[in-house]
Design a protein around this ligand. Structure first.
Ligand code: FE2
Length: 190
């Protein structure tokens, strides 16, 4: 809920985070294909070694988290680093279940997105990295074909920000929000 509000085009890298640079641009449409302005888009992701900031003492508070607002063109964009996949915790009942099913605990790399605007059903989803080896065996079965993003590698050409160094990646993704009641639970969730 208290993820830092960030300007479009700004960075969610809040402490040094080695790894391939990534530029994300997103568009939000309604069911009729009309661009939606003023959607609050909350994003969060793991680092290039597969840890969220709250799991990693080397990352600043709120690193790789941010809240954006779609502009008049229904778009938002930000700078980050390419996330890595990670294992879900296996020290509880989930671990027992995975072992009973002879399944690995890995999630393919992804970025989380939450879209919120009154008049639309809150959209909570993830966009997966297309070169991840665990796309077809996600421990929590979250992957669908439509949620695999085009994380495109660029070895040359003009980057979206002058100080981004090749190779850098881009992700361009379009989200659709359905009309309905906007709900957003207030943490801590009981
Ligand atoms: Fe995640």
């Amino acid at each position: 809920m208290n993820s830092p509000k960030t300007e479009n085009g700004g960075s969610i890298i809040r402490s040094p985070t080695p790894g391939p640079e990534l530029f994300v641009s997103g568009k939000v449409l309604d069911a009729a294909g009309k661009l939606i302005e003023g959607v609050e888009v909350d994003v969060w992701q793991s680092s290039p070694i597969g840890l969220y900031e709250n799991q990693d003492d080397t990352q600043a508070d709120m690193n790789l988290r941010g809240k954006f607002t779609t502009d008049a063109q229904g778009s938002f964009r930000f700078r980050s680093v390419k996330p890595a996949g990670y294992p879900v915790p296996t020290d509880g009942p989930v671990g027992d279940m995975l072992r009973a099913q002879s399944r690995h605990p890995y999630r393919p790399a992804h970025i989380h997105f939450l879209g919120f605007k009154p008049g639309f059903k809150t959209l909570i989803t993830q966009v997966f990295v297309d070169d991840d080896q665990h796309l077809s065996s996600d421990a929590v079965f979250g992957v669908t074909r439509a949620l695999i993003g085009d994380y495109r590698r660029h070895d040359s050409g003009a980057p979206p920000a002058p100080d981004m160094k090749a190779p850098w990646y881009s992700l361009d993704y379009t989200f659709v929000m359905e009309a309905g009641e906007a709900k957003l639970p207030v943490p801590p969730i009981k």
